[in-house]
Structures are given as structure tokens and as C-alpha cells.
Design a protein around this ligand. Structure first.
Ligand code: ATP
Length: 447
């Protein structure tokens, strides 16, 4: 399979099988927005859960919050977003299209569309990415609010609330997953650059000490890379890249990206940033509140520094899909067919297993299969039911959506209570007792 076809194949699979649809499609769409369908919602939920499990619940000193999307506009003044959350933009003098000045490939592609004329560009202009909304009921008196451009600030403005309500001591972290909005100039590459997307972030508060910052920075770089690897991402397609000094965001002292090799180049999946004491100092200044930390043991008072890990849920999901998509040539009855398999990690897969009666027109088989299906559902596993077409077609259909195991109920099941479990990746089948299905799924796939 050509790498250049991969994105198109994933986009089409996502639409066809209910992972991701274009936003507001029946009205012609809304650029930069995407809707997650039945299978996409499950996958996204599993992805967020895997992140939360690792970054919050498995840790001793990380707590989570859910802040509001709309915040007092002063927050964005303090954080520097009203002033500095900008992209440099150039405008084509022929057709007035606007493109980010740092997107060389897009600029070249655009120039190709004006073959006859020589494209000229305006000087780069700054364009603010914050999305505005109007709040209030009286016309003329509505106030402008911004839909948050990053989820980070909702955490920092609650720093004191968390400290005062939960017993945490530095070093500690506050995690959040939620939506962010950006007026992206050139949304594209499917969900990679959207105008509405989700982020998953940890803000880690530490002592204001260079050595501490360096230590934790390295710690989180490794931890975050390992998370992608632990969920099966190809290690040859992952790398770190440090930001050049002119590329760093206004708050960042040091910034490294975890990048994934997509069909459209190496692209950022997540950033690890040393934010220094920028956020808390600025909020202290703009709100007039004391945002410092008093060490209960040493009585030392200081403004904590922050190391953040900031990943995109939608980007990670897209990269997991690109990584998992594979096509295999199979020989069946001397005929060659292509099997599409999404080799998603079972923890991410939308369904953990599918249950089939061997034949849909044999009531005894269907009854037994439904009993097994229902029992599996009570164990908390998300399982699918399929009784359409023949078994071969059902296997292919489940392979294409990444279901790790298919369970078939046949005549032998009625005699001795055993079923076949067929593995998505090896296509091998083994017989297990029906009581062993859930433990087998848990140990072979989900541990
Ligand atoms: P880029 O350089 O690609 O615009 P960024 O450096 O501005 O990204 P951050 O502000 O560091 O991104 O945001 C953290 C994470 O949020 C990114 O690593 C990415 O996964 C995700 N993200 C940012 N912008 C978008 C977007 N427009 N669509 C989808 N995900 C995004």
C-alpha cells in the first residue's frame, strides 16, 4: 500500500464504519469540525480513559479538574493569549487566500494552483486564533468571551482552590481533558488541524529551581513517549523534536514535541513544555490574588514552576488509526482477497470482542449466542453482536474496525459449552469453555 493513499483510506474507513464524520455534513459541512460516530466515540472514550488512568489514577499526587470552557476575558489577557496567541499569515495577492507563513508545503501547493501567473504574497501579518462568542441577553450589552484556546488556564486559575481543598504538596499535578477552540487559518489533514478539538494535559507544579525543572522535564518526556509505545504505536514512527528559539510559544522556556510520521510528514502529537512561573505570576498580577505556595515544612514561600504535557486527543486518535491500518493479502479457496485490519491496541479498540451464532437461522445457536453475548456485557466489556452474512464476512467486518477477538457459537457449544475465539491479528482460532471467555479476553488482550 502506498503511504500517500493511507490518509484517504483511513478517512474513508472512518466515514464508512462510523468512526468520524464531517461536521454538519447535511448542510454542506463546517470547515475544521468533525463528529465522532458510534465507533469513534468508543475509541475516543477509551483513549481518554487510558490517558486518565496512566496520568491521574496511577499516580499518587495528581488530581483532575473540569474547568469551564468560557472564562473571564481577563484570564486571556493575563495568559498573554489576547496579545500573543497569533500565527503569522500571508495573503495571496491573486486570489486573497490566506495561509500560515510557516507552512512551506501549503504555500508551494497554493502557488501550483496559479500556474499561469506568478504568485505574490503579502508580508506576514499576525492573526489571533482565539474564537469569540457573545454572552448576555440584552442586545447591545452582550459581552465578548473567548472559547478557550487551550485548556491550560482553567487549571492555573484553580491552583489555589485545589491546594485549599485537597491535601497536595509540591511536587504535584493537576490534569484535565477537554475541548479547545482555535480559529485555525488552514484546518486540514482530516482531524489533524481542526477548529474545535480536545486536549489532554497535565500541569505539574514544582519548586522554582532549574535542576528540578530539568529533572521533571526529562521524566515527563520519557513518560509520555512510553505511553504511546505502551498502546502499540510503532516506535520507528515516533520521535522527539526540540523547538527552535523563535518557534517557542510566548510562555515556554523549553519545548519538545513528540512527533509522529504521518503520510503528510512528521507532525506534532504532543508538546512537553517548561512554562516557568509565567502562568501563576501573571494570574497573580492580573487578579491581585496571591498565587504563591507556602511550603508547610520549610515555611518557604515561592511561585511554583510548571512543567506541562499537552497532547491532542483527536490527533493521537488519528495517529493511532494511521498506525493501526493495514492491508493483508489472504488466500481463500485459491482466491486472493485483501483483508483490512485495524491493529488497534485492545485497550483502545471500540469493541473488545464480537459474538456470532454460526448460523443465524438456527434458533438454538442464536439463543445460546445471545446468552453468551448478554453475559459478556455484564462483565463490563463492550462487545458487538453480528449475525449477518457468513462467518468469513463477519470476521472481515470486525477486523476492519479493530475488534481483537471474535467468538463463535457452533453446534459443539451446545454439546460441551465451548466456543471458538478467533484472534484478529493472527486469525488463529482456539476453543475455550464459555466460562473462560471473559478471563481469556482480559488476560490475553486487556492486561
Ligand atoms: P501546531 O503547531 O500544530 O499548531 P501547537 O504547538 O499550537 O500545534 P499546542 O498549543 O502545544 O499546539 O497544543 C497542544 C496539543 O493540542 C498539540 O500537540 C496538538 O496535539 C493539539 N492541537 C493543537 N492545535 C490543534 C488543532 N488545531 N487541531 C487538533 N489538535 C490540536
Amino acid at each position: 500500500m502506498q503511504q500517500s493513499d493511507l490518509l484517504d483510506k483511513v478517512v474513508s474507513l472512518c466515514k464508512r464504519r462510523g468512526f468520524i464524520f464531517p461536521g454538519s455534513e447535511i448542510y454542506g459541512g463546517l470547515r475544521g469540525t468533525w463528529d465522532y460516530g458510534p465507533l469513534g466515540s468508543e475509541l475516543k472514550f477509551n483513549l481518554k480513559q487510558a490517558w486518565w488512568q496512566e496520568m491521574v489514577r496511577n499516580q499518587e499526587n495528581v488530581v483532575g479538574i473540569q474547568a469551564a470552557i468560557m472564562m473571564n476575558s481577563r484570564v486571556w489577557e493575563a495568559s498573554g493569549h489576547t496579545e500573543s496567541f497569533t500565527d503569522p499569515l500571508v495573503e495571496c495577492k491573486i486570489c486573497h487566500s490566506r495561509i500560515r507563513a510557516d507552512q512551506e508545503e501549503e504555500i508551494k501547493t497554493h502557488e501550483g494552483t496559479h500556474k499561469e501567473q506568478k504568485t505574490e504574497w503579502t508580508e506576514p501579518k499576525k492573526f489571533n486564533l482565539l474564537v469569540e462568542a457573545k454572552l448576555g441577553v440584552v442586545e447591545g450589552e452582550k459581552s465578548t468571551v473567548y472559547l478557550r484556546g487551550e485548556i491550560t488556564q482553567g487549571v492555573h486559575v484553580n491552583f489555589k482552590n485545589v491546594l485549599d481543598s485537597i491535601r497536595v504538596k509540591i511536587p504535584f499535578g493537576i490534569a484535565q481533558i477537554g475541548k479547545a477552540f482555535r480559529n485555525e487559518i488552514t484546518p486540514g489533514n482530516f482531524t489533524y488541524r481542526s477548529r474545535e478539538f480536545e486536549q489532554m494535559e497535565l500541569q505539574w507544579y514544582i519548586k522554582s529551581d532549574r535542576k528540578e525543572a530539568e529533572k521533571w522535564f526529562e521524566y515527563f518526556k520519557e513518560k509520555r513517549m512510553n505511553w504511546y509505545l505502551s498502546l502499540g504505536m510503532d516506535k520507528n514512527k515516533l520521535r522527539f523534536r526540540q523547538h527552535e528559539s523563535d518557534e517557542k510559544a510566548h510562555y515556554a522556556r523549553d519545548a519538545w514535541d513528540i512527533e509522529y510520521q504521518t503520510p503528510f510528514g512528521w507532525k506534532e502529537c504532543e508538546g512537553i513544555h517548561d512554562r516557568g512561573d509565567w502562568d501563576l505570576s501573571r494570574h497573580a498580577k492580573f487578579s491581585g490574588q496571591d498565587m504563591s505556595y507556602l511550603d508547610p515544612e520549610t515555611n518557604e514561600k515561592y511561585m511554583p514552576h510548571i512543567i506541562e504535557t499537552s497532547g491532542g486527543v483527536d490527533r493521537a486518535l488519528l495517529f493511532f488509526l494511521l498506525d493501526a491500518y493495514s492491508e493483508e493479502l489472504m488466500t481463500n479457496d485459491q482466491r486472493q482477497t485483501t483483508r483490512v485490519v485495524l491493529k488497534l491496541h485492545p485497550k483502545l479498540a471500540s469493541y473488545k470482542a464480537a459474538v456470532f451464532p454460526l448460523l443465524a437461522n438456527k434458533p438454538q445457536l442464536v439463543e445460546k449466542a445471545r446468552e453468551i453475548f448478554k453475559n459478556l456485557k455484564t462483565t463490563g466489556l463492550n462487545v458487538a453482536w453480528d449475525d449477518r452474512g457468513n462467518i468469513g464476512k463477519r470476521y472481515y467486518s470486525q477486523d476492519e474496525i479493530g475488534t481483537p477477538a471474535c467468538i463463535t457459537i457452533d453446534y459443539q457449544t451446545l454439546e460441551d459449552g465451548t466456543v471458538t475465539i478467533r484472534d484478529r491479528d493472527t486469525t488463529e482460532q482456539k476453543r475455550v469453555d464459555e466460562k473462560e471467555i471473559a478471563p481469556t479476553l482480559n488476560t490475553s488482550y486487556l492486561d
